[in-house]
Design a protein. Structure first.
Length: 482
């Protein structure tokens, strides 16, 4: 059909050339006819050579052009056509869509949800009182740390699997993975905490079991986008922790508030899973491999150890009797909300830089500037939270230069690790974080150095390695494709 459109090799609509019969007795100029037919394409061209390419793609030979249009070749005809039509460049409908746009309040809410569970240790402090252990840590610390790390490792891998199914648009299978995996993770974490408990530390093991149930419920709610439910579940515990600064609440009331928040979180998680398709039968589509979640679990292990080591450093600096003196760890967890938002901002700005840059050097320069701004913003937020926590936290250790340097270095490691993970380099990030965390744990267990000195050195070295990895990976334009 003479008026049909087809998609040319360069992705533009073109009109195929089909010689037309002149009406009987008419003396119309064939170039005028061709101009009328190709007017929109000619008007959008920025150079006559584009018009020549369209003519050639339509199958016009130089011989045909000389016979039909009286021009020497396609370039001569293209110049004539280009001169006859006024330029009308297509207008962009609107700004380019930004797939990395994120709501700052939503990210801040997630950061708050990461930090609020720490108040459980404030509320439950009398339940965890006892003589220091052989490492100089408060009574019950080992089972609590063992259970927490196990839970973080398991739930990080479980979250990756659930998000993978959600990315495939299969919420029912994601819910099924959470329905099976979350209880298993809670049982495993509780058993590890019980095995790590020393003589007389059964109360701490019980607290760790409750912690394991909460982590499992929080994983479900966060993966399914039920942040508000989780916040509501934490209200009783947070409301009970606030008065403990000035008042000594009865142990029964403390325990009741902790159990109330735990039951609410578990109930909300069960309800969320029930709303996601129940026990719908699995389909036959291939899903994400289980092995693909292992690097994310190791990532949770490494980052978890780094955060807990920071908390241990605060506890040792303030004395072994203060089981909850960990304002640095609270600052780190609170900062994860702004960190998430800044990660989205980096992805958005780097995508804009990819569209605007005309050279590889220009793109690398733009990416480096964006990284500096985002990382600097995150460290500024972390610094502000640390200063505020030190001033407001009862009995907090002094904010010395060494402690501050270690905390900022750890923050840099965490943010760059999240950045690498978001670009698919989770194995590299997990390896660096696990290596750094392993060195810190060995130093603590062997007494090779105090956390206040070992932490900054190890975290600083890991930050340098991450900086190199970020520069190598993100300096390539291909790494930023969607």
């Amino acid at each position: 059909m003479s008026g049909s459109l087809w998609l040319g090799k360069e992705g533009q609509d073109t009109l195929p050339y089909i010689p037309r019969q002149r009406p009987h007795g008419a003396a119309a100029d064939p170039i005028d006819e061709l101009t009328d037919r190709m007017e929109d394409l000619i008007a959008a061209a920025v150079h006559p050579d584009e018009v020549a390419a369209i003519l050639e793609s339509d199958g016009m030979t130089d011989a045909h052009i000389r016979t039909t249009y009286g021009r020497d070749d396609s370039f001569a005809l293209a110049e004539d056509l280009y001169a006859r039509v006024e330029r009308r460049y297509p207008q962009v409908a609107g700004p380019a869509a930004d797939p990395w746009h994120s709501s700052l309040p939503a990210c801040l809410l997630r950061g708050l949800l990461f930090a609020l569970p720490g108040l459980a240790y404030v509320l439950g402090a009398p339940l965890l009182a006892g003589p220091p252990n052989g490492l100089g840590l408060p009574w019950g610390t080992v089972p609590l740390l063992a259970g927490a790390i196990t839970g973080w490792v398991w739930n990080q891998g479980l979250s990756h699997r659930a998000y993978s199914w959600l990315g495939l648009g299969d919420r029912a299978t994601a819910a099924r993975a959470l329905r099976v995996g979350a209880p298993l993770g809670a049982v495993l974490s509780a058993l590890v905490a019980l095995a790590a408990a020393g003589p007389g530390e059964l109360t701490a093991a019980a607290f760790a079991a409750g912690q394991a149930v909460y982590l499992a419920a929080a994983t479900v709610l966060l993966a399914l986008g039920r942040e508000r439910d989780l916040l509501c579940a934490l209200v009783p515990m947070a409301a009970g922790a606030a008065p403990t600064v000035s008042y000594d609440l009865p142990d029964a009331l403390r325990t009741g508030l902790l159990l109330l928040s735990l039951a609410a979180a578990a109930g909300f998680a069960a309800r969320a899973l029930a709303k996601e398709g129940g026990d719908a039968a699995a389909d036959d589509r291939p899903g994400p491999r289980l092995a693909a979640s292992v690097p994310y679990a190791l990532f949770g292990l490494g980052t978890g150890i780094l955060v807990l080591y920071t908390a241990v450093g605060d506890v040792l600096a303030d004395g072994a009797d203060s089981a909850v003196a960990a304002p640095s760890a609270v600052a780190l967890t609170l900062s994860m909300g702004p960190a998430e938002w800044l990660l989205y901002r980096f992805r958005s700005e780097s995508l804009a830089g990819l569209r605007a840059s005309t050279t590889a050097y220009g793109f690398r320069k733009a990416v480096a500037a964006t990284i500096a701004v985002c990382l600097g913003g995150y460290l500024a937020v972390l610094l502000a939270l640390t200063v505020a926590g030190t001033l407001l936290w009862p009995g907090a250790p002094e904010l010395g230069a060494l402690r501050l340097a270690g905390l900022l270095a750890t923050g840099m490691v965490l943010w760059t690790a999240l950045l690498l993970q978001s670009f698919g380099a989770v194995r590299s990030a997990a390896a660096v974080c696990c290596a750094a965390g392993g060195i810190q744990v060995v130093a603590l267990l062997t007494g090779a150095g105090h956390p206040s000195t070992v932490g900054p050195v190890v975290a600083g070295a890991a930050a340098v390695v991450h900086a190199v990895l970020v520069g190598v990976l993100l300096g390539r334009a291909t790494a930023h494709r969607l």
